[in-house]
Design a protein around this ligand. Sequence first.
Ligand SMILES: Cc1ncc(COP(=O)(O)O)c(C=O)c1O
Length: 350
Amino acid sequence: MNIKNLVRKNILNLKPYTSARDLYSSGILLDANENSYGSTFNEIDGLNLNRYPDPHQKILRKLISEYLAVKEENLFFGVGSDEIIDLMIRIFCEPKKDKILIPEPTYGMYKVAADINDVEVISILLNDDFQIDLETIHKSFSDGVKIIFLCSPNNPTGNILNKKDILYLCENYNAIIIIDEAYIDFTEVLSLIKEVKNHPNLILLRTFSKAWGLAGIRLGYCIANEEIINLLFKIKAPYNINSLTTYALTKAVKKKKTKENYVKKIIRQRETMKKELTKLPGIIKVFDSDANFLLIKCVNAKEILKGLADKGIIIRDRSNQPKLEECLRISIGTAEQNKILLKALKEILK
Ligand SMILES: Cc1ncc(COP(=O)(O)O)c(C=O)c1O
């Protein structure tokens, strides 16, 4: 497959911005109109916040390359994985001409990013098990479709998508296949990392916002073939990842054990909550989950949503998504928070 054939012409021809820190990051730096005297915030030693950060993401790429045993050339970091979703659409989709295809229900940002870029969305449905329906994709796919967005484990349904269906799409469609693995830490099913080298059109999205507990630093990344990574570097804002975020990650990766403990606790709580929620009247179904949330189908979702909000407990209404009538999504909280939630639900549903 020739990836170049899928890329917008203006992006292929683009002469990227060359930033001051592209060539030099040490010496007497009088090239970027920074404040050479120093910084108004200098509580963290050695950070030099008066200087623009490294546009090449060298520290992050090295850290995660070692962590995942993936080559640095296959890694790109974004301001959350949300930034990368937007960049992907801008690389491959010509506004008003090209399209993306999204099996729903799924994460809402794929459509929003397409809408912002004036790119048409072909919205199809996952099947009744929330799996990819290859037949429907076959019928809905047309030449203008440049990207298929899939999420596994899927938000908000919680299930993993079948690997063989994903690989079938990679092998049989002339399009970019993006698999959003935001919740991959919460499942025992393996990531598709090993498949990236066999499939030039396969892109994996990851985030530090979930298992790592770092939603506040806004950091996500993607694993893809080098050609796609180079295109991302070509079009990104020159200094998209800031020095504080990079610093936070250098500390966080040393706490792999802490992350793994969080994951264990969350999975244990998820299974307890699944059992407990299933017992409640007014809850028709608690869907299996490979993520850090549960999707529930209720007799009256709005009543539960409002009842909980009145008690200061906020969960997410997903009932306006296709196939999710009367469905709510509950993030797994701490043991303490979950107890309070269950008590509140018992009061509302008695
Ligand atoms: C499936 C999925 N992808 C991506 C994101 C966004 O991640 P980030 O915080 O890295 O932008 C979310 C956030 O909820 C998500 O559910």
